[in-house]
Design a binder for this molecule. Sequence first.
Ligand code: IPD
Ligand code: CA
Ligand code: CA
Length: 268
Amino acid sequence: MALQSSLITVMAAAAKKAARGLVRDFGEVEQLQVSKKGPADFVSVADTKAERTLIQELKKGRPDYGFLSEEQSEIKGTDPDSRWIIDPLDGTTNFLHGIPHFAISIAAERSGEIFAGVIYQPISDELFWAEKGRGAYVNNNRLRVSGRRELAQAVITTGIPHHGRGDPVAYLAEMAAIMPEVAGVRRFGAAALDLAYVAAGRCDGFWESALAPWDIAAGILLVREAGGMVSEFNGRALMMQSGEILATNGALHGPLTRLLREAQRAAR
Ligand code: IPD
Ligand code: CA
Ligand code: CA
């Protein structure tokens, strides 16, 4: 039985309260697909409502923390060293299209170090959570990364550049390097869940560039606490600043780092 600390309990309660509104709105979105205006404005309202709920609930638990959030950016707290890093709706495009794969991500950071993380997937009711030095869990079950040691058996998730986003030339070189070496590549559309799935051993690695801190903050801790490794493609650890991330089960970190570095050289 995994004993949640009071901090994780605050984070989980905030995520589940915000999720109730998202699930209700998600039911509406499926109807809106056929409307001329489309659901874009409706989804941005859903996103903002979820963020408002998260901020209200997290403030009750830790009144002096600041916030770094996708929709409101930076809110200073009275404690200059502690802040929440939140993504109220990760997987917006999935949500917009009625695809049931999205999550709420909350990380607690003190003096630049993430020490607690929660990623909640409302549709499957899976609460992924971790505290530094205390392991990673999904609901009450301990998480461990996969034991696969051969790339040819590995399923790797990724984020693909799209209209107005990312560097297609660089990405195609990365995909050309990785695709022929692995058992499969998946693009699920929610980076926080991509990281949670690596921590859960469902996938063996994840790579993407141009991510925001709120996409990855909680997931980085989850992967590390589940026994995995996280770095930038060149092995440095400045993912929160660069937005470039490779997360793996540890055994495959070397082979994937080498392939990505070769791809970066090929794309130059
Ligand atoms: C996006 C998702 C997506 C990733 C994008 C992110 P959002 O977050 O995580 O999987 O490829 O780079 O921006 O916009 O849905 O919160
Ligand atoms: Ca996001
Ligand atoms: Ca978002």
